[in-house]
Design a protein around this ligand. Structure first.
Ligand SMILES: C[S@@+](CC[C@H](N)C(=O)[O-])C[C@H]1O[C@@H](n2cnc3c(N)ncnc32)[C@H](O)[C@@H]1O
Length: 293
């Protein structure tokens, strides 16, 4: 039995039957921007790393495959990249669409495409609104990929989605994908206090639960409590649960290599720095370079 069947993996109050969107009740989506904190401070942590590699490899067309509220996409639009942003959650996309509307007088934003798409059907979804499109780079950042749980206990859906990322890349294109340091979370049962992605100005408590099914870590549930007491608009809506598949570094590394038929260049970073520079990273970031032929 998969973890999703023995653990209530979604915030209460929304129908779980057939619903995979953990943001569907709107609770996390409403406070997500507050949780991220100042957007410049957030993207400062990896802007040079990301844009530096993209420019080095002459990447222009970038797919943000988990755009959420649009934070990384906007940073890339500002830096002159042609960005297509997709997400499976309409509750999250609503915030990205609003952000684009607010930037409507800035011509850089005229060509920013925002559409609904799922990793599970990514090539077909993209085909429906941009026939024939492929990308110089795909990003899937902010610990997004771990949202995909292991329904069949053989990681087949995760493998298929990674292959879909590879499919929509041009030869020589780059995939940036990350995950929390689940090895540390499995060993300690806690979420590292520091984070490169979240700089919330309110106090945040994260309750970490690691679910082990038949001896195998199958799910990590994070219950977020954001103390927004002084913010009347957000009060009562600052608790939400998100569940993740706990990708261990060595297993995720092999799964990614397989998705590119073991032919891609694969570099791994710790909190966007060289692996040996960070002792206990909060995140691992993988950069895959699809072979030229
Ligand atoms: C943790 S949020 C991160 C969003 C953004 N990258 C950021 O860092 O703020 C994860 C996002 O992944 C999206 N997501 C989860 N499963 C997905 C799927 N199967 N296809 C597309 N997007 C998905 C969620 O809807 C959510 O917006």
């Amino acid at each position: 039995m998969s973890a999703d069947k023995v653990f209530h993996s979604r915030s209460q109050g929304i129908p779980s039957e057939g619903v995979k969107d953990q943001y569907a009740d709107g609770k996390a989506a409403r406070v997500w921007k507050k949780y991220i904190g100042d957007s410049n401070q957030r993207t400062q942590n990896y802007k040079n790393f990301l844009t530096g590699l993209l420019k080095k490899h002459n990447c222009v067309k970038v797919l943000d495959a988990a755009c959420g509220t649009g934070i990384d996409s906007m940073m890339l639009v500002d830096e002159g990249f042609k960005v297509v942003s997709v997400d499976a959650s309409d509750k999250m996309l609503k915030h990205a669409l609003k952000a684009r509307w607010e930037k409507r007088k800035d011509h850089k934003y005229d060509e920013w495409i925002i559409e609904e798409a799922s990793w599970e059907t990514l090539p077909e979804d993209i085909q429906s609104f941009l026939p024939g499109a492929t990308f110089d780079a795909v990003i899937c950042l902010g610990n997004s990929f771990a949202h995909l749980l292991d329904e069949f206990e053989d990681q087949r859906t995760q493998k298929m989605c990674l292959r879909n990322f590879a499919k929509v890349l041009k030869p020589g294109g780059l995939l940036f994908i990350d995950h929390r340091n689940y090895d540390a979370m499995i060993n300690s049962g806690a979420t590292p206090g520091h984070s490169i992605y979240y700089n919330c100005s309110y106090p945040v408590d994260i309750k970490t639960s690691v679910l082990v099914v038949r001896g195998k870590p199958e799910l990590v549930a994070l219950d977020y409590l954001i103390h927004t007491n002084e913010d009347a608009e957000l009060n009562e809506q600052s608790m939400f649960r998100l569940c993740y598949y706990p990708h261990e570094l060595d297993k995720f590394t092999s799964m990614l290599d397989e998705a590119f038929d073991n032919k891609a260049e694969h570099s791994i970073y710790a909190d966007f720095k060289a692996l040996d520079q960070v002792e206990n990273p909060a995140y691992y970031i993988h950069v895959m370079r699809k072979p030229l032929n």
